[in-house]
Design a protein around this ligand. Sequence first.
Ligand code: AMP
Length: 403
Amino acid sequence: MSFETFNLHPSIMAGVHGLGYVTPTPIQLKSIPPIMQGRDVIGLAQTGTGKTAAFALPILQRLIKGQRGPVRAAIISPTRELAEQTCEAFMELGQYTNLESTAIYGGVSMDQQLRRLRGGIDIVVGCPGRLLDHLWKGTIDFSNLEVLVIDEMDRLFDMGFLPSIRGILECILHRRQTLMFSATMPNDIRRLVQEILHDPVTVQIGRTVPALTVSHALYPVKQHLKTALLVELLQQIKTESVLVFTRTKHRAERVAQHMKRAGFGATSLQGNLSQGRRQAALDGFRAGSHKILVATDIAARGIDVLRISHVINYDMPESTDAYTHRIGRTGRVDKKGDALTFVTGADTAMVHDLERVLKKPLERRTLQGFDYAKPPLDNGNIRSPHQSGRRAVRNGRVKITVT
Ligand code: AMP
């Protein structure tokens, strides 16, 4: 099957060829035809399956005819990074059309967004909060909206965006085509689907299990040795770009600093960074100037870097879905990837859950030559605030300054 079967406009096909896509992915094969027929669609697909082009191509096809300027398609994304990447996908696929897209999210000046919007925008990709701000201020008008996409609905829901999504839906009173993409379909989302989608076609790609192109391994290790293990692992194995996940923002920052001190080109991506620094980290990672990106789950949402050869879970994710999302960053489309997870005794229950979802026992590995018996202190690992504090004895009392 080739892209020709969809009968896309030649200027859209030029964009498809420009990106080097030859064969449609399964989600594209299954969802492009019903979307082009104007049907509402629920796409159950994880990231890395090509789902963005699955909705972007038929949207471009629809908008290429008709008026320019009013917002005719809107995509709701859970994070700024995903909004930027989706917008970029529209720009690249639509580079030979004269359709204009923009990304709208909080944490950056409203003025710049207003200038873009006033210039005439056909496709808006935005995060719920800022989109709603614009709708309430009247600076975005959805009265001409023809297609609404709710992307990564499960994550939007987890992040507490349901009220904002409802707010946005209240601003679109007319009938439009609605597309919803989600890796999982918990009951709350199922209820929303019944309310807002009209006779939807459900397109499911595999189960919500990690991509088959990813191999999985566990590295049992004591908490205090994780950083030392990471350094040694990265010295021993051959990698392209590596994405490391930590559970907290603070830890992402500290692990990245440590990797830099160990001589790796590393950077971090976590929610405390300004938008400028987040974008710089992402651009550096994408361009390959930082080989290692240490990130938290939310910050890493939507990262689309094709050369990620390894995802390393420095900390075990909180759920099997979060695991699926994390490792969806590697093994994208038909590339191979490795997911390596550091596990401590506290992760036993999650390991069982993962093995159940993956339907196979996960390989336990030990790194040759690594000293697993090193004692907790003086190992250069991320220490707890207690361990990393300077201890000062004053008047016979111990005062700990957290550094
Ligand atoms: P997504 O699941 O939308 O995040 O897409 C994952 C990656 O696959 C992105 O880098 C896309 O550019 C790429 N991609 C999407 N569709 C195709 C295709 N048909 N052939 C090759 N790569 C693709």
